[in-house]
Design a protein around this ligand. Sequence first.
Ligand SMILES: NC(=O)c1ccc[n+]([C@@H]2O[C@H](COP(=O)([O-])OP(=O)(O)OC[C@H]3O[C@@H](n4cnc5c(N)ncnc54)[C@H](O)[C@@H]3O)[C@@H](O)[C@H]2O)c1
Length: 503
Amino acid sequence: MLGVVGAGTMGAGIAQLGAAAGMRTLLHDPVPEALERGMAGARRGLAKWAEKGRLGENAGDLLEPVSSLDGLAPCDLVIEAAPERPDLKRDLFGALSLVCGDDVVLATNTSSIPVTSLAGAAARPENVVGMHFFNPPPLMPLLEVIRAEQSSDRVVELAQEVGRAMGKDVIVAADGPGFLVNRCGRPFSAEGLRLLQERAATHEQIDRVCRLGGGFRMGPFELMDLVGIDVGFEVARSFTELSFGEPRWRPSPIQARMVAAGRLGRKSGRGYYDYVEGSPYRRDDPEPSEPGGGDGTAVSILGDGPLADALRERARCAGFELRDGGPTELVVDAGTRPQPSPPGGAPLLVLCARTSLVGRGEQGAVGFHLLPPLGNARLVELTRLPVTQRFAAEAAEEFFAKLGLLAEWVEDAPGLVLGRIVCQLVNEAAFAIAEGVGSAEDVDTGVTLGLSHPRGPVAWSEAIGLDHVLAVLDGLWQERREERYRAAPLLRRAASLGRSLRE
Ligand SMILES: NC(=O)c1ccc[n+]([C@@H]2O[C@H](COP(=O)([O-])OP(=O)(O)OC[C@H]3O[C@@H](n4cnc5c(N)ncnc54)[C@H](O)[C@@H]3O)[C@@H](O)[C@H]2O)c1
Protein backbone atom coordinates (compact mmCIF):
# COMPACT_ATOMS: atom_id res chain seq x y z
CA MET A 1 0.00 0.00 0.00
CA LEU A 2 1.26 3.46 -0.95
CA GLY A 3 0.92 6.61 1.13
CA VAL A 4 1.48 10.13 -0.20
CA VAL A 5 1.98 13.03 2.20
CA GLY A 6 1.22 16.51 0.90
CA ALA A 7 -1.54 16.86 -1.71
CA GLY A 8 -0.09 19.84 -3.61
CA THR A 9 1.20 19.98 -7.18
CA MET A 10 3.58 17.07 -6.71
CA GLY A 11 1.72 14.93 -4.16
CA ALA A 12 -1.55 14.86 -6.12
CA GLY A 13 0.35 13.84 -9.27
CA ILE A 14 2.26 11.11 -7.44
CA ALA A 15 -0.97 9.74 -5.94
CA GLN A 16 -2.46 9.64 -9.46
CA LEU A 17 0.55 7.64 -10.64
CA GLY A 18 0.25 5.22 -7.69
CA ALA A 19 -3.41 4.45 -8.35
CA ALA A 20 -2.76 4.18 -12.10
CA ALA A 21 -0.07 1.58 -11.32
CA GLY A 22 -2.68 -0.48 -9.47
CA MET A 23 -1.55 0.34 -5.92
CA ARG A 24 -4.01 1.18 -3.20
CA THR A 25 -3.03 4.77 -2.51
CA LEU A 26 -3.76 6.88 0.56
CA LEU A 27 -3.32 10.63 0.17
CA HIS A 28 -2.82 12.85 3.21
CA ASP A 29 -2.68 16.61 3.69
CA PRO A 30 -3.25 18.42 7.01
CA VAL A 31 -5.07 21.23 5.18
CA PRO A 32 -8.58 19.93 4.36
CA GLU A 33 -9.05 22.16 1.28
CA ALA A 34 -5.65 21.11 -0.05
CA LEU A 35 -6.56 17.45 0.42
CA GLU A 36 -9.84 17.95 -1.39
CA ARG A 37 -8.17 19.81 -4.25
CA GLY A 38 -5.43 17.19 -4.53
CA MET A 39 -7.92 14.31 -4.55
CA ALA A 40 -10.03 16.03 -7.19
CA GLY A 41 -6.95 16.66 -9.36
CA ALA A 42 -5.73 13.07 -9.08
CA ARG A 43 -9.22 11.69 -9.82
CA ARG A 44 -9.56 13.97 -12.84
CA GLY A 45 -6.20 12.79 -14.13
CA LEU A 46 -7.16 9.14 -13.69
CA ALA A 47 -10.50 9.67 -15.43
CA LYS A 48 -8.72 11.26 -18.39
CA TRP A 49 -6.36 8.30 -18.67
CA ALA A 50 -9.32 5.90 -18.41
CA GLU A 51 -11.09 7.79 -21.24
CA LYS A 52 -8.00 7.32 -23.40
CA GLY A 53 -8.11 3.61 -22.62
CA ARG A 54 -4.85 3.68 -20.68
CA LEU A 55 -6.47 2.27 -17.50
CA GLY A 56 -9.59 0.59 -16.20
CA GLU A 57 -12.41 2.91 -15.21
CA ASN A 58 -12.23 2.04 -11.54
CA ALA A 59 -8.60 3.08 -10.95
CA GLY A 60 -10.05 6.04 -9.01
CA ASP A 61 -11.43 3.57 -6.43
CA LEU A 62 -7.86 2.76 -5.39
CA LEU A 63 -7.43 6.33 -4.21
CA GLU A 64 -8.44 7.33 -0.69
CA PRO A 65 -8.05 10.56 1.28
CA VAL A 66 -6.81 10.37 4.89
CA SER A 67 -7.17 13.41 7.09
CA SER A 68 -4.69 12.42 9.79
CA LEU A 69 -1.18 11.05 9.57
CA ASP A 70 -2.33 8.04 11.67
CA GLY A 71 -4.41 6.92 8.71
CA LEU A 72 -1.17 6.01 6.90
CA ALA A 73 -0.39 3.21 9.42
CA PRO A 74 -0.99 0.32 6.97
CA CYS A 75 1.34 1.72 4.24
CA ASP A 76 4.45 -0.15 3.09
CA LEU A 77 5.85 2.88 1.26
CA VAL A 78 5.17 6.55 2.00
CA ILE A 79 6.28 9.25 -0.44
CA GLU A 80 6.53 12.66 1.16
CA ALA A 81 5.76 15.73 -1.00
CA ALA A 82 5.30 18.31 1.76
CA PRO A 83 6.73 21.87 1.58
CA GLU A 84 10.48 22.18 1.01
CA ARG A 85 11.47 22.82 4.65
CA PRO A 86 14.08 20.59 6.33
CA ASP A 87 12.58 20.90 9.84
CA LEU A 88 9.06 20.07 8.60
CA LYS A 89 10.27 17.06 6.61
CA ARG A 90 12.41 15.75 9.49
CA ASP A 91 9.43 16.02 11.87
CA LEU A 92 7.31 14.14 9.34
CA PHE A 93 9.86 11.32 9.04
CA GLY A 94 10.03 10.97 12.83
CA ALA A 95 6.23 10.91 13.11
CA LEU A 96 5.79 8.48 10.18
CA SER A 97 8.30 6.06 11.78
CA LEU A 98 6.06 5.95 14.88
CA VAL A 99 2.77 5.72 12.96
CA CYS A 100 3.74 3.13 10.34
CA GLY A 101 6.23 0.99 12.18
CA ASP A 102 9.95 0.51 11.71
CA ASP A 103 9.76 -1.39 8.43
CA VAL A 104 7.99 1.27 6.42
CA VAL A 105 10.01 2.65 3.50
CA LEU A 106 10.02 6.45 3.60
CA ALA A 107 10.72 8.33 0.39
CA THR A 108 11.13 12.08 -0.06
CA ASN A 109 10.40 14.09 -3.18
CA THR A 110 12.70 16.92 -2.06
CA SER A 111 14.50 18.68 -4.88
CA SER A 112 17.31 20.21 -2.83
CA ILE A 113 17.51 18.99 0.79
CA PRO A 114 20.16 16.28 1.31
CA VAL A 115 18.26 12.99 1.68
CA THR A 116 20.98 11.86 4.09
CA SER A 117 20.03 14.62 6.52
CA LEU A 118 16.33 13.63 6.40
CA ALA A 119 17.09 9.91 6.80
CA GLY A 120 18.66 10.62 10.20
CA ALA A 121 15.22 11.63 11.54
CA ALA A 122 13.62 8.24 10.76
CA ALA A 123 13.69 5.33 13.20
CA ARG A 124 15.41 3.23 10.52
CA PRO A 125 17.53 5.54 8.34
CA GLU A 126 18.38 2.59 6.07
CA ASN A 127 14.71 2.53 5.00
CA VAL A 128 14.83 6.11 3.65
CA VAL A 129 15.39 6.97 -0.02
CA GLY A 130 14.81 9.91 -2.37
CA MET A 131 12.18 9.64 -5.10
CA HIS A 132 12.53 12.85 -7.11
CA PHE A 133 9.64 13.26 -9.54
CA PHE A 134 9.53 16.08 -12.08
CA ASN A 135 6.72 18.56 -12.53
CA PRO A 136 4.05 17.59 -13.56
CA PRO A 137 4.58 14.02 -12.28
CA PRO A 138 1.88 12.36 -14.42
CA LEU A 139 3.48 13.68 -17.63
CA MET A 140 7.21 13.89 -17.01
CA PRO A 141 8.78 10.56 -18.00
CA LEU A 142 11.62 10.54 -15.45
CA LEU A 143 12.08 9.44 -11.84
CA GLU A 144 15.40 10.12 -10.12
CA VAL A 145 15.97 7.75 -7.20
CA ILE A 146 18.43 9.14 -4.65
CA ARG A 147 20.56 6.88 -2.54
CA ALA A 148 21.26 8.50 0.85
CA GLU A 149 24.41 7.51 2.73
CA GLN A 150 22.23 5.25 4.90
CA SER A 151 19.88 3.81 2.21
CA SER A 152 19.93 0.01 1.98
CA ASP A 153 20.10 -1.71 -1.42
CA ARG A 154 16.60 -3.09 -0.75
CA VAL A 155 14.94 0.32 -0.53
CA VAL A 156 16.82 1.68 -3.55
CA GLU A 157 15.59 -1.32 -5.55
CA LEU A 158 12.05 -0.95 -4.24
CA ALA A 159 11.96 2.74 -5.22
CA GLN A 160 13.12 1.80 -8.73
CA GLU A 161 10.50 -0.96 -9.03
CA VAL A 162 7.72 1.38 -7.94
CA GLY A 163 8.94 4.04 -10.40
CA ARG A 164 8.95 1.55 -13.26
CA ALA A 165 5.47 0.32 -12.28
CA MET A 166 4.38 3.97 -12.55
CA GLY A 167 5.72 3.94 -16.12
CA LYS A 168 8.81 6.06 -15.47
CA ASP A 169 12.34 5.82 -16.81
CA VAL A 170 14.30 5.48 -13.59
CA ILE A 171 17.83 6.67 -12.91
CA VAL A 172 19.79 6.31 -9.68
CA ALA A 173 21.82 9.17 -8.21
CA ALA A 174 24.01 9.61 -5.17
CA ASP A 175 23.01 12.24 -2.61
CA GLY A 176 24.64 15.65 -3.11
CA PRO A 177 23.88 19.18 -4.36
CA GLY A 178 21.14 18.95 -7.01
CA PHE A 179 21.49 15.13 -7.06
CA LEU A 180 22.21 14.19 -10.69
CA VAL A 181 19.76 15.98 -12.96
CA ASN A 182 19.73 19.45 -11.45
CA ARG A 183 23.48 19.31 -10.91
CA CYS A 184 24.16 18.39 -14.54
CA GLY A 185 21.76 21.12 -15.68
CA ARG A 186 23.34 23.88 -13.55
CA PRO A 187 25.85 25.18 -16.14
CA PHE A 188 23.03 26.09 -18.52
CA SER A 189 21.94 29.03 -16.38
CA ALA A 190 25.24 29.55 -14.54
CA GLU A 191 27.30 30.02 -17.72
CA GLY A 192 24.48 32.01 -19.31
CA LEU A 193 24.62 34.43 -16.38
CA ARG A 194 28.39 34.61 -16.59
CA LEU A 195 28.18 35.52 -20.28
CA LEU A 196 25.60 38.20 -19.53
CA GLN A 197 27.69 39.60 -16.70
CA GLU A 198 30.67 39.90 -19.06
CA ARG A 199 28.39 41.45 -21.68
CA ALA A 200 29.57 38.82 -24.11
CA ALA A 201 26.04 39.02 -25.56
CA THR A 202 22.58 40.20 -24.53
CA HIS A 203 20.15 37.80 -22.86
CA GLU A 204 18.07 37.71 -26.06
CA GLN A 205 21.16 36.76 -28.06
CA ILE A 206 22.23 34.05 -25.61
CA ASP A 207 18.75 32.52 -25.70
CA ARG A 208 18.59 32.72 -29.50
CA VAL A 209 22.01 31.10 -29.86
CA CYS A 210 20.93 28.22 -27.59
CA ARG A 211 17.70 27.70 -29.53
CA LEU A 212 18.97 28.09 -33.07
CA GLY A 213 22.56 26.98 -32.66
CA GLY A 214 22.09 24.23 -30.09
CA GLY A 215 18.52 23.03 -30.61
CA PHE A 216 17.46 23.82 -27.03
CA ARG A 217 13.74 24.44 -26.64
CA MET A 218 14.43 27.53 -24.56
CA GLY A 219 17.47 29.57 -23.73
CA PRO A 220 18.71 29.97 -20.13
CA PHE A 221 17.02 33.34 -19.53
CA GLU A 222 13.60 32.20 -20.77
CA LEU A 223 14.00 29.17 -18.55
CA MET A 224 15.03 31.20 -15.48
CA ASP A 225 12.00 33.45 -16.01
CA LEU A 226 9.76 30.38 -16.20
CA VAL A 227 11.17 28.69 -13.08
CA GLY A 228 11.31 31.94 -11.09
CA ILE A 229 14.51 33.94 -10.65
CA ASP A 230 14.13 33.82 -6.85
CA VAL A 231 13.83 30.01 -6.96
CA GLY A 232 16.96 29.75 -9.14
CA PHE A 233 18.85 32.10 -6.82
CA GLU A 234 17.95 29.97 -3.78
CA VAL A 235 19.06 26.82 -5.61
CA ALA A 236 22.39 28.46 -6.48
CA ARG A 237 22.88 29.51 -2.85
CA SER A 238 22.13 26.00 -1.61
CA PHE A 239 24.65 24.49 -4.07
CA THR A 240 27.32 26.86 -2.78
CA GLU A 241 26.48 26.14 0.84
CA LEU A 242 26.38 22.36 0.39
CA SER A 243 29.66 22.32 -1.57
CA PHE A 244 31.44 24.78 0.74
CA GLY A 245 31.94 27.25 -2.08
CA GLU A 246 32.55 25.34 -5.33
CA PRO A 247 33.34 28.17 -7.81
CA ARG A 248 31.33 26.65 -10.69
CA TRP A 249 28.18 26.81 -8.60
CA ARG A 250 28.37 30.29 -7.14
CA PRO A 251 25.23 32.38 -7.52
CA SER A 252 25.46 35.38 -9.81
CA PRO A 253 25.20 38.97 -8.60
CA ILE A 254 22.75 39.46 -11.49
CA GLN A 255 20.32 37.02 -9.83
CA ALA A 256 20.64 38.87 -6.51
CA ARG A 257 19.92 42.20 -8.22
CA MET A 258 16.91 40.86 -10.10
CA VAL A 259 15.44 39.42 -6.89
CA ALA A 260 16.08 42.67 -5.00
CA ALA A 261 14.27 44.55 -7.77
CA GLY A 262 11.28 42.18 -7.57
CA ARG A 263 11.87 41.03 -11.14
CA LEU A 264 11.18 37.37 -10.49
CA GLY A 265 10.22 36.21 -13.99
CA ARG A 266 6.85 35.27 -15.45
CA LYS A 267 5.08 35.15 -12.10
CA SER A 268 5.83 38.83 -11.40
CA GLY A 269 5.22 39.94 -14.99
CA ARG A 270 8.83 40.92 -15.45
CA GLY A 271 12.15 39.11 -15.35
CA TYR A 272 14.72 39.15 -18.12
CA TYR A 273 11.75 39.62 -20.45
CA ASP A 274 8.49 41.55 -20.01
CA TYR A 275 5.30 39.50 -19.82
CA VAL A 276 2.32 41.47 -20.99
CA GLU A 277 -0.95 39.66 -21.57
CA GLY A 278 -1.77 39.35 -25.21
CA SER A 279 1.71 40.09 -26.55
CA PRO A 280 4.59 37.65 -26.91
CA TYR A 281 7.64 38.18 -24.71
CA ARG A 282 9.99 37.74 -27.66
CA ARG A 283 10.01 37.86 -31.42
CA ASP A 284 9.69 34.68 -33.47
CA ASP A 285 13.00 33.26 -34.57
CA PRO A 286 14.10 34.00 -38.14
CA GLU A 287 14.53 31.12 -40.58
CA PRO A 288 17.86 30.68 -42.38
CA SER A 289 17.84 30.17 -46.12
CA GLU A 290 18.43 26.73 -47.60
CA PRO A 291 22.11 25.80 -48.13
CA GLY A 292 23.31 26.56 -51.65
CA GLY A 293 24.82 29.19 -53.93
CA GLY A 294 28.48 28.16 -53.53
CA ASP A 295 28.73 28.27 -57.32
CA GLY A 296 32.09 26.56 -57.40
CA THR A 297 33.82 29.24 -55.29
CA ALA A 298 37.14 27.85 -54.08
CA VAL A 299 37.48 27.66 -50.30
CA SER A 300 39.93 25.94 -48.03
CA ILE A 301 38.61 24.41 -44.77
CA LEU A 302 41.47 23.41 -42.49
CA GLY A 303 41.49 21.17 -39.43
CA ASP A 304 40.65 17.67 -38.23
CA GLY A 305 37.78 16.63 -36.06
CA PRO A 306 33.99 16.47 -36.26
CA LEU A 307 33.40 20.19 -36.83
CA ALA A 308 35.89 20.58 -39.69
CA ASP A 309 34.50 17.40 -41.31
CA ALA A 310 30.90 18.62 -40.93
CA LEU A 311 31.75 22.04 -42.39
CA ARG A 312 33.51 20.50 -45.40
CA GLU A 313 30.49 18.29 -46.00
CA ARG A 314 28.06 21.22 -45.72
CA ALA A 315 30.24 23.43 -47.98
CA ARG A 316 30.46 20.73 -50.61
CA CYS A 317 26.67 20.29 -50.56
CA ALA A 318 26.25 24.07 -50.87
CA GLY A 319 28.29 24.04 -54.08
CA PHE A 320 31.70 25.30 -52.91
CA GLU A 321 34.86 23.81 -54.35
CA LEU A 322 37.12 22.58 -51.56
CA ARG A 323 40.86 23.02 -52.03
CA ASP A 324 43.73 21.80 -49.84
CA GLY A 325 46.25 24.28 -51.16
CA GLY A 326 46.71 26.97 -53.74
CA PRO A 327 44.77 30.21 -53.96
CA THR A 328 41.22 30.29 -52.62
CA GLU A 329 38.57 32.96 -52.05
CA LEU A 330 38.28 32.13 -48.35
CA VAL A 331 40.23 30.20 -45.71
CA VAL A 332 38.34 28.64 -42.78
CA ASP A 333 40.49 27.25 -39.97
CA ALA A 334 38.05 24.94 -38.15
CA GLY A 335 40.68 22.98 -36.23
CA THR A 336 40.91 22.89 -32.45
CA ARG A 337 44.70 23.08 -32.88
CA PRO A 338 45.15 26.37 -34.74
CA GLN A 339 47.30 26.17 -37.84
CA PRO A 340 49.50 28.99 -39.15
CA SER A 341 47.45 31.05 -41.55
CA PRO A 342 48.28 30.32 -45.18
CA PRO A 343 49.84 33.03 -47.34
CA GLY A 344 47.62 35.02 -49.66
CA GLY A 345 45.10 37.74 -49.14
CA ALA A 346 41.93 35.64 -48.80
CA PRO A 347 39.72 36.47 -45.81
CA LEU A 348 40.46 34.22 -42.88
CA LEU A 349 37.83 32.72 -40.52
CA VAL A 350 39.17 31.05 -37.41
CA LEU A 351 37.45 28.79 -34.89
CA CYS A 352 37.40 30.38 -31.44
CA ALA A 353 37.89 27.25 -29.36
CA ARG A 354 41.35 26.98 -27.85
CA THR A 355 41.79 30.74 -28.01
CA SER A 356 39.76 33.86 -28.45
CA LEU A 357 40.34 35.81 -31.63
CA VAL A 358 42.52 38.29 -29.80
CA GLY A 359 44.35 35.46 -28.00
CA ARG A 360 45.24 33.93 -31.34
CA GLY A 361 46.76 37.19 -32.50
CA GLU A 362 45.03 37.01 -35.88
CA GLN A 363 44.02 40.61 -36.06
CA GLY A 364 42.51 40.78 -39.52
CA ALA A 365 40.50 37.56 -39.15
CA VAL A 366 36.91 36.84 -38.18
CA GLY A 367 36.27 34.41 -35.33
CA PHE A 368 33.46 31.87 -35.46
CA HIS A 369 32.10 29.04 -33.37
CA LEU A 370 29.46 26.38 -33.83
CA LEU A 371 28.99 22.84 -32.67
CA PRO A 372 28.62 19.66 -34.67
CA PRO A 373 26.51 17.83 -35.66
CA LEU A 374 25.26 20.54 -37.99
CA GLY A 375 22.04 18.63 -38.75
CA ASN A 376 19.83 20.88 -36.65
CA ALA A 377 22.11 23.94 -36.36
CA ARG A 378 20.55 27.05 -37.87
CA LEU A 379 22.96 29.64 -36.53
CA VAL A 380 26.68 30.38 -36.36
CA GLU A 381 28.27 32.79 -33.91
CA LEU A 382 30.75 35.29 -35.29
CA THR A 383 33.11 37.70 -33.58
CA ARG A 384 35.39 40.48 -34.76
CA LEU A 385 37.93 42.93 -33.41
CA PRO A 386 37.96 46.67 -34.03
CA VAL A 387 40.73 46.05 -36.58
CA THR A 388 38.88 43.28 -38.43
CA GLN A 389 38.44 44.31 -42.06
CA ARG A 390 34.88 44.89 -43.21
CA PHE A 391 35.34 42.71 -46.29
CA ALA A 392 36.36 39.78 -44.05
CA ALA A 393 33.23 40.22 -41.87
CA GLU A 394 31.03 40.35 -44.95
CA ALA A 395 32.75 37.33 -46.47
CA ALA A 396 32.11 35.38 -43.25
CA GLU A 397 28.41 36.25 -43.17
CA GLU A 398 28.03 35.39 -46.85
CA PHE A 399 29.85 32.06 -46.57
CA PHE A 400 27.78 30.88 -43.60
CA ALA A 401 24.52 32.15 -45.13
CA LYS A 402 25.25 29.89 -48.12
CA LEU A 403 25.71 27.01 -45.66
CA GLY A 404 22.18 27.74 -44.40
CA LEU A 405 23.25 29.43 -41.16
CA LEU A 406 22.12 32.73 -39.66
CA ALA A 407 24.88 34.86 -38.15
CA GLU A 408 24.90 36.23 -34.59
CA TRP A 409 27.69 38.67 -33.72
CA VAL A 410 28.91 38.28 -30.14
CA GLU A 411 31.98 39.29 -28.12
CA ASP A 412 35.26 37.47 -28.45
CA ALA A 413 36.08 34.51 -26.13
CA PRO A 414 37.05 30.85 -26.44
CA GLY A 415 33.86 28.96 -27.32
CA LEU A 416 31.90 32.23 -27.80
CA VAL A 417 28.41 31.63 -26.29
CA LEU A 418 27.09 28.15 -27.09
CA GLY A 419 30.53 26.54 -26.86
CA ARG A 420 30.98 27.86 -23.35
CA ILE A 421 27.56 26.68 -22.20
CA VAL A 422 27.72 23.23 -23.76
CA CYS A 423 31.37 22.57 -22.81
CA GLN A 424 30.53 23.48 -19.22
CA LEU A 425 27.56 21.06 -19.36
CA VAL A 426 29.95 18.32 -20.51
CA ASN A 427 32.49 19.32 -17.85
CA GLU A 428 29.91 19.16 -15.05
CA ALA A 429 28.76 15.75 -16.26
CA ALA A 430 32.37 14.52 -16.27
CA PHE A 431 32.89 15.71 -12.68
CA ALA A 432 29.59 14.06 -11.63
CA ILE A 433 30.39 10.73 -13.32
CA ALA A 434 33.90 10.66 -11.81
CA GLU A 435 32.50 11.47 -8.36
CA GLY A 436 30.10 8.52 -8.60
CA VAL A 437 26.95 10.67 -8.69
CA GLY A 438 25.54 8.55 -11.51
CA SER A 439 26.46 6.57 -14.61
CA ALA A 440 27.10 8.20 -18.00
CA GLU A 441 23.90 6.60 -19.32
CA ASP A 442 21.86 7.93 -16.39
CA VAL A 443 23.34 11.42 -16.88
CA ASP A 444 22.08 11.52 -20.48
CA THR A 445 18.71 9.95 -19.64
CA GLY A 446 18.26 12.39 -16.74
CA VAL A 447 19.20 15.52 -18.67
CA THR A 448 17.16 14.69 -21.78
CA LEU A 449 14.03 13.42 -19.98
CA GLY A 450 14.19 15.63 -16.87
CA LEU A 451 15.35 18.90 -18.46
CA SER A 452 14.29 18.35 -22.09
CA HIS A 453 17.75 19.12 -23.47
CA PRO A 454 18.11 18.11 -27.12
CA ARG A 455 20.92 15.70 -26.20
CA GLY A 456 22.67 14.63 -23.03
CA PRO A 457 26.12 15.94 -22.12
CA VAL A 458 27.79 12.60 -22.85
CA ALA A 459 26.16 12.48 -26.29
CA TRP A 460 27.25 16.11 -26.83
CA SER A 461 30.83 15.17 -25.95
CA GLU A 462 30.74 12.39 -28.53
CA ALA A 463 29.28 14.62 -31.23
CA ILE A 464 31.71 17.48 -30.59
CA GLY A 465 34.77 15.41 -29.75
CA LEU A 466 36.58 15.62 -26.42
CA ASP A 467 39.47 17.56 -28.02
CA HIS A 468 37.08 20.37 -28.90
CA VAL A 469 35.51 20.36 -25.40
CA LEU A 470 38.91 20.49 -23.74
CA ALA A 471 40.12 23.16 -26.15
CA VAL A 472 37.30 25.49 -25.07
CA LEU A 473 37.71 24.78 -21.35
CA ASP A 474 41.50 25.10 -21.45
CA GLY A 475 41.21 28.23 -23.58
CA LEU A 476 38.89 29.81 -21.03
CA TRP A 477 41.08 28.73 -18.14
CA GLN A 478 44.22 30.06 -19.78
CA GLU A 479 42.71 33.39 -20.71
CA ARG A 480 40.72 33.89 -17.47
CA ARG A 481 42.52 31.89 -14.78
CA GLU A 482 39.14 31.22 -13.21
CA GLU A 483 38.66 28.02 -11.23
CA ARG A 484 35.21 27.53 -12.70
CA TYR A 485 36.84 26.60 -16.03
CA ARG A 486 39.15 23.88 -14.70
CA ALA A 487 38.55 20.76 -16.77
CA ALA A 488 37.38 17.61 -14.99
CA PRO A 489 40.29 15.13 -14.72
CA LEU A 490 38.06 12.43 -16.27
CA LEU A 491 37.63 14.58 -19.36
CA ARG A 492 41.38 14.97 -19.81
CA ARG A 493 42.03 11.29 -19.19
CA ALA A 494 39.32 10.17 -21.62
CA ALA A 495 40.62 12.60 -24.27
CA SER A 496 44.21 11.46 -23.99
CA LEU A 497 43.23 7.77 -24.06
CA GLY A 498 40.90 8.39 -27.01
CA ARG A 499 37.94 7.02 -25.00
CA SER A 500 34.39 8.15 -24.44
CA LEU A 501 33.07 9.33 -21.07
CA ARG A 502 31.01 6.13 -21.14
CA GLU A 503 34.04 3.86 -20.78
N1 LIG B 1 6.85 21.90 -7.82
C1 LIG B 1 7.90 21.38 -8.42
O1 LIG B 1 8.24 21.72 -9.56
C2 LIG B 1 8.71 20.31 -7.72
C3 LIG B 1 9.50 19.44 -8.48
C4 LIG B 1 10.21 18.43 -7.83
C5 LIG B 1 10.15 18.33 -6.45
N2 LIG B 1 9.38 19.22 -5.74
C6 LIG B 1 9.34 19.05 -4.28
O2 LIG B 1 8.08 18.48 -3.92
C7 LIG B 1 7.70 18.93 -2.64
C8 LIG B 1 6.30 19.52 -2.71
O3 LIG B 1 6.28 20.55 -3.65
P1 LIG B 1 4.92 21.10 -4.30
O4 LIG B 1 5.33 21.96 -5.43
O5 LIG B 1 3.98 19.98 -4.52
O6 LIG B 1 4.38 22.03 -3.11
P2 LIG B 1 2.88 22.53 -2.83
O7 LIG B 1 3.02 23.75 -2.04
O8 LIG B 1 2.10 22.55 -4.10
O9 LIG B 1 2.28 21.37 -1.92
C9 LIG B 1 2.67 21.13 -0.62
C10 LIG B 1 1.50 20.55 0.14
O10 LIG B 1 1.97 20.15 1.41
C11 LIG B 1 0.95 20.45 2.35
N3 LIG B 1 1.51 20.53 3.70
C12 LIG B 1 1.78 21.62 4.43
N4 LIG B 1 2.28 21.25 5.63
C13 LIG B 1 2.30 19.90 5.65
C14 LIG B 1 2.68 18.94 6.64
N5 LIG B 1 3.15 19.29 7.80
N6 LIG B 1 2.55 17.64 6.30
C15 LIG B 1 2.10 17.26 5.10
N7 LIG B 1 1.72 18.13 4.15
C16 LIG B 1 1.82 19.44 4.42
C17 LIG B 1 0.34 21.74 1.87
O11 LIG B 1 -0.97 21.90 2.38
C18 LIG B 1 0.36 21.54 0.37
O12 LIG B 1 -0.86 20.99 -0.10
C19 LIG B 1 8.78 19.90 -2.19
O13 LIG B 1 9.70 19.21 -1.41
C20 LIG B 1 9.39 20.34 -3.49
O14 LIG B 1 10.73 20.76 -3.35
C21 LIG B 1 8.65 20.19 -6.35
